[in-house]
Design a protein around this ligand. Structure first.
Ligand SMILES: Nc1ncnc2c1ncn2[C@@H]1O[C@H](COP(=O)(O)OP(=O)(O)O)[C@@H](O)[C@H]1O
Ligand SMILES: [Mg+2]
Length: 346
């Protein structure tokens, strides 16, 4: 096992007194760094109430890590949490935004961003006022998917105007920075950037804000769920088993933080031939359906693997706008209708 893995598994044995999750899952451990010489450093972000426990947590972590061969030095900084956790019910709404829906997936490359932008466009065609926020700080995809290459403006230097495109109000860190972020960015910086994009953007009045979450179940997810009321989460998965295992992890995380799961979307569900319109079940079909039944959550849509979906994305015009009459656009609109009904009834 690599030193990094040994350190992480050791740290996972320690509990966050607040959320009762381990300190990694709880998202209170930030900026873990392990140097070649074996110097391990990180920050523990604790709720002020628990700062006292923090000192013993720090001692326990130090003792555990020092036992690992190869660890030469342990440096842990304790900081008071800026973002209070959900359990003490201090979620703060974003003024003007009626509902926030997050689109998540256990892993990347399953078509989460594609689904999020098309869903947002489909809401817009229903006459709703819609915003879309790119939750991926390291690998933002909205600039490409929405064909946006202009920088947002700010009148007062404090708040940012979102970019308006395809009838949506759009925000992504990618509008402000080069496409790929250097991974030197650490937890706290990512959190700050994300919270600013959520709260310091002039969204105006929105019926729905769709957030395209980064893949997996990291800090951004937890902090988001804990700091703002979310109307629900949609989990995107592909039919392969591996993706399902990941999707399950995503589900569990939302359940832990009490975010209603609206349902699963199976993407790249089957192949629709652009020439003959014939349908081929490339992957064993029905896996997501079965999983959804077992987990007692609705399967909201089965989206085919179709050239036109990828081609529209590459053009920077979501398919729902680019080819509104296509069968796939209809699927996205049906998805939007279902989701809208689900959140309206909650
Ligand atoms: N249903 C689909 N049919 C064809 N291509 C798709 C479909 N969904 C996504 N893609 C393509 O797959 C790639 C990954 O999609 P993306 O939405 O960026 O995934 P994620 O956000 O999960 O990483 C992109 O090139 C996208 O155009
Ligand atoms: Mg993406």
């Amino acid at each position: 096992m690599s030193l990094q893995n040994q350190v992480v598994s050791s740290l996972k044995t320690l509990m966050d007194p607040m959320s009762r999750l381990n300190i990694i899952e709880a998202g209170i451990l930030q900026g873990l760094n392990i140097t070649e010489s074996g110097n391990v450093s990180f920050i523990l972000e604790l709720n002020t109430e628990y700062m006292k426990n923090g000192i013993s947590l720090k001692e326990r972590a130090t003792a555990l890590l020092e036992k690992i061969p190869g660890v030469t030095q342990v440096q842990i900084a304790l900081t008071a949490q800026r973002n209070p956790k959900a359990n003490n019910k201090v979620q703060k709404r974003v003024p003007g935004i009626k509902r926030i829906i997050v689109v998540g997936s256990g892993k990347g490359g399953v078509g989460k961003s594609t689904t999020a932008v098309n869903l947002a466009c489909a809401f817009q065609t229903m006459g709703l006022k819609v915003g879309i926020l790119d939750g991926d700080i390291y690998g933002p995809s909205l600039p490409r998917l929405l064909g946006i290459n202009q920088k947002p403006t700010s009148e007062d230097g404090k708040t940012i105007n979102p970019i308006e495109a395809h009838g949506l109000k759009c925000m992504s860190i990618g509008f402000m920075l080069a496409e790929k972020m250097p991974t030197i960015w650490r937890g706290p910086m990512v959190q700050t950037a994300f919270q600013q994009m959520l709260r310091q953007v002039n969204w105006g009045l929105l019926d729905i804000l769709v957030i395209d979450l980064p893949p997996g179940t990291g800090d951004v997810h937890l902090t988001l769920a804990q700091t703002v009321p979310l109307s629900g989460a949609i989990i995107v998965s592909t039919p392969q088993d591996l993706a399902l295992v990941d999707a399950r992890r995503g589900l569990e995380m939302f359940l832990k933080v009490n975010v209603p799961i609206l349902g699963l979307v199976e993407n790249m569900s089957y192949f629709l031939c652009p020439h003959c319109q014939g349908r081929s079940e490339i992957f064993e079909h029905g896996g997501v359906h079965k999983e959804a039944q077992e987990l007692k959550i609705p399967l909201l849509a089965e989206i085919p693997l179709h050239m036109s979906i990828r081609e529209s994305s590459e053009k920077g015009i979501p398919l729902v706008q680019d080819q509104p009459a296509s069968a796939e656009a209809t699927i996205y609109r049906q998805l939007a209708h279902q989701v809208n009904e689900l959140v309206a009834s909650k």
